[in-house]
Write a protein of this length. Structure first.
Length: 91
């Protein structure tokens, strides 16, 4: 099996977000997904992230948010590395 985890990611952990409707769980899940996927050393790490929501509607919203974040994420070039870092810090 190929090891996609960095040394700091070898710890198995789960994050559970539980709160009332409209409190931002879908936003938080999408944000965490993006952070995990973009901070990994493997370009395919996103295939190993499991995010579970209670409804299909929330899953669709999370998918749309993730795609939106990826569309606005700057292309990595020498000049945009600072922008990429700032983008990740905001999330």
């Amino acid at each position: 099996m190929t090891d996609f985890l960095s040394a700091s990611q070898h710890e198995t952990y789960f994050k559970i977000y539980s709160s009332s409707a409209g409190s931002g769980k879908t936003y938080t899940l999408a944000k965490e997904y993006i952070k995990l996927a973009l901070r990994s050393k493997s370009p395919w790490y996103f295939n190993h992230i499991l995010a579970v929501t209670f409804t299909n509607k929330a899953a669709g919203e999370m998918k749309e948010r993730i795609l939106k974040y990826l569309r606005i994420f700057p292309v990595t070039t020498h000049k945009s590395k600072r922008l990429n870092k700032d983008f990740l810090i905001r999330f």
